[in-house]
Design a binder for this molecule. Sequence first.
Ligand SMILES: [Zn+2]
Length: 130
Amino acid sequence: MKPVATKPEFKRAVNEQCKYMGLGPPWSFKMDLETRDIPDPEAYAACIAQPDYFYATLYFDPTHPGWAKEDFTITECVRHELFHAYISAYTHAAHRLCGGDKQLEAELNAREEELVTRLATMPIWEYNIV
Ligand SMILES: [Zn+2]
């Protein structure tokens, strides 16, 4: 598949959305477009956050066929991944509270995906906020 966006385009989207979401310093982000590094091979994007260090790696696979199937813009995808970082202190604490219970972990992961998707696609983003 033809890449859905170039690295500079992803970088611009990340910088823009970080500004809107207040994810400036101390937060810092590494961006990785090497598809082999995405933790979930089925996913075309991911965020691995280290909230104690205000640091996250954002993974994007620009040639994943999923981009064509989903009604998700690059901006919404970037926002979705950044919201994972945004709420990561909470989700990391919640995972610790699961105490290794795989069913609770799965429910937590599903709820997190639902939450960040809803936040990333809220109607408020349609307003010009610049
Ligand atoms: Zn997600």
